[in-house]
Write a protein that binds this ligand. Sequence first.
Ligand code: HEM
Length: 527
Amino acid sequence: MVDVANTGPGPDDRRATLTDRQGHPIYDNQNQRTVGPRGPATLENYHFLEKISHFDRERIPERVVHARGTTAFGYFESYGSWGEEPIERYTRAKLFQGRGKRTDVAVRFSTVIGGRDSSECARDPRGFAVKFYTEDGNWDLVGNNLAVFFIRDAVKFPDVIHALKPDPVTFRQEPNRIFDFMSQTPECMHMLVNLFSPRGIPADYRHMQGFGVNTYKWVDAEGGTHLVKYHWMPKAGVRSMTEEDAAAIQATELGHATKDLYEAIERGDHPEWELLVQLMSDDEHPELDFDPLDDTKVWPEDQFPARPVGRMVLDRNVSDFFTENEQIAFGTGVLVDGLDFSDDKMLVGRTFSYSDTQRYRVGPNYLQLPVNHAKNADVRTNQRDGQMAHYVDRAGENPHVNYEPSITGGLREAHYPTHDEQGPVIEGRVTRKRIPRTNDYLQAGQRYLLMEQWERDDLVRNFGALLAQCDRPIQERMVWHFLLVEDDLGLRVGEALGITPADVARLEPLPGQELTDEDRKRLGSLG
Ligand code: HEM
């Protein structure tokens, strides 16, 4: 019989010595301390108890959404201008100034609904979150691979996610719950037409677009503002999968997209995206048939051209998945000088939600962790203590002063940027109202008409397969919506379900639903 405790390193073994977190060398990592070789164990087994109790706490809560994801690092390089026109005419953000200016980035790609070990073949939006470590502090651009979203008001976010997540009783993602919610939420039609098309299952993360989705602002040197939307275009092109492709991959590999990205970067095939922006003057644009702050809409590129502003290359994998992927924290509130929020009602909700969940998920000092720390800027705060504080953000010259204002060596406020903001003046009564110009069907129909025939066939097949598992009133309401989106879509999904326009002609618009003249004309033609 071999006595394991005696098989340790010989005197010539030069490898580093295992210790506990107190720095004590571990002489035996194979056997607990016991009374005799068969036990019982003793309670002062410090190494054993530390080892097990730390292991017991290895998991932090996974993200409530986007739990499955992977992170890589690289750089963003600014183009500095569009032809003759410098970008600084529109934003004073330093990372866009000058051709070839580089900024370090971290990017986390993700799925939304599944848990952290779930399949990457799911039909699900993909997250595309970029952290720019700029000299003015961090900027997070937290986007998705689809250009629009399900809802336009943050108050509905927990509902849409609950409907999409597994049933609280069966713990199965149930089409009946998903389409129950969606059928009562006409604003999600544009997203659904995207999500159930082949675009709903990207082939992997390297062949995927990214969109900021929400509307932000750019601020110039004088404080003038423009509305802006961001788009990432992969240099390698966009690739998607059908349900059959996805099923075949999923049969053998749940994390194919993480594997693909990791392996590409390891072999030096560094993925690259171009960043483009669409700009609009900062006002309500009454001439448009949609609200520029509505994240269920895209901005037509013939009126608002997409202008390239830089490129991003990912050339480094994580050195540790937990500290750099699980603990990385993005948020829509994380902006730098020259970039701003718009009044988009989703954006304000997101901005609260991200840092709120991260204080819970990672802890109140999550911004001290290396992956989240504003490593290229000076961080000097009067924030102190809290769980897991492991250093004091460099303070002023007097360590006794952790408050402001002070004349005894504390920190002072920054010199205010040259000009105050000059965005539009806003007046209004406090209210709870949906935005005007909801126009929920037009762009969804345009998207359908832009698809190639095989994409439409795939979309109809996907809707048909899931709606076949739903209750009849839900099926009828969805067919009603699809007929308003585009006749062909409604007729084809209806046919798959045995529902004719005449069957749904009796349905009234949903409570409070605003229809356009075009919508009413379509409704009139039912039956
Ligand atoms: C992650 C909330 C809409 C993209 C998250 C997380 C929360 C959240 C709580 C988890 C964050 C964490 O644990 O670190 C919300 C709310 C929304 C909303 C309340 C609407 C009001 C959106 C939209 C997009 C988006 C419209 C796309 C433009 C993402 C991405 C992540 C994420 C990419 C993952 C970030 C990462 O990789 O760590 N969201 N979200 N979310 N959300 Fe949202």
